[in-house]
Design a binder for this molecule. Structure first.
Ligand code: F6P
Length: 326
């Protein structure tokens, strides 16, 4: 029988489509299991400030399909300090909260892990970041929706690229990883995908473009992850332009467009599954874990393992991108 009477839930770090679906799943499963649930606003900053409110089954009406996060989010430098976490603990204790669901990415999990080590509170992480850079899960909430935004934007860019015989460099998010670029690059038929994990030199890139031109490609899209080592879309376009003149070149940076909009069906479903699994795990007495999605199943991974492992790009997708872009 669980000791937990009251659970707090927050969203932290960059917002991601599907965070609301996860909040809804946490709130509704708490109600289902007769456990009080408190929404903590603006992530760890709101926790430190005591910005929280009890939620009911109706507090999460009509949010399943909306982007952003109704709990709002922040990146809190204060929570990284011992003093910040002590103040957060005081708020949790005062409000009789026994367990915390932290929905977010890498920084969010570091905070939850540290709080769980220092104080008597159960913690669970639910992976939500468009970057998909979290080990222990094949997908994080928001990644599928953001990839769909990129694909739909690149499809539009391709119309104009084709009409004018142009070469486009399209920059996407992903922080220091290339997960968004790789997946959406395959889905939108990019000639080359520039990611931080694989360095492609300017000379190699030009050779790929030349080959495409010789193979009668009249326009091309190069997808560039923002963390790419030899430059973002602007720098790459400039460097290529200096040596290669077959196409007129244009640059598009998609930016925060990728974080907005309705979550995809896939994100809504994994967010619902992870939210319920997170609450059930806490009620079963588990702590310091993340609910992930691996090979079609929800799995639990210790947060410290998640933090230690660096998630790798799918090699098969890298190869497929090369085979199909000729
Ligand atoms: O982690 C999500 C993300 O969108 C990254 O892809 C990007 O580098 C970063 O957040 C942007 O952060 P901000 O919204 O604070 O500018």
């Amino acid at each position: 029988m669980s000791e937990i009477k009251r659970i707090g839930v927050l969203t932290s770090g960059g917002d991601a489509p599907g965070m609301n679906a996860a909040v809804r799943a946490v709130v509704r499963s708490c109600v289902y299991y007769n456990t009080d649930v408190y929404g903590i606003y603006e992530g760890y900053k709101g926790l430190i400030d005591g910005n929280l409110r009890q939620m009911s089954v109706r507090s999460v009406n009509n949010i399943l399909g909306s982007g952003g996060t109704i709990l709002r989010s922040s990146r809190s430098p204060e929570f990284r300090t011992e003093e910040g976490r002590r103040r957060a603990w005081e708020v949790l204790k005062k409000n009789k909260i026994d367990a915390l669901v932290a929905i977010g990415g890498d920084g969010t999990f570091s905070g939850a892990l540290q709080l769980g080590k220092e104080y008597d509170i159960q913690v669970v992480g639910i992976p939500a970041t468009i970057d998909n850079d979290i080990a222990g899960t094949d997908y994080s909430i928001g990644y599928d929706s953001a990839s769909n935004v990129v694909v739909s934007c690149v499809d539009k860019i391709r119309d104009t690229a084709l009409s004018h015989n142009r070469l486009f460099f399209v920059e996407v998010m992903g922080r220091d990883t290339g997960f968004i670029a790789l997946r959406s690059g395959i889905a939108s038929g990019a000639i080359c995908i520039m990611v931080p994990e694989r360095n492609i030199s300017i000379e190699e890139l030009i050779a790929i473009l030349r080959k495409g031109y010789r193979n009668r490609k009249t326009s091309s899209i190069v997808l560039v992850a923002e963390g790419n080592e030899n430059g973002g879309a602007v720098e790459l376009a400039k460097a290529v332009n200096e040596k290669y003149k077959d196409y007129e070149t244009k640059v598009t940076i998609l930016g925060h467009l990728q974080r907005g909009g309705d979550p995809s069906c896939f994100d809504r479903v994994i967010a619902s599954e992870m939210g319920v699994a997170g609450v059930e795990g806490l009620l079963n007495g588990n702590t310091g874990f993340m609910t992930g999605y691996h090979c079609g199943k929800i799995v639990e991974t210790p947060l410290n393992t998640v933090k230690l492992e660096k998630k790798q790009l799918n090699e098969n997708l890298v190869k497929i991108a090369q085979i199909l872009s000729i």
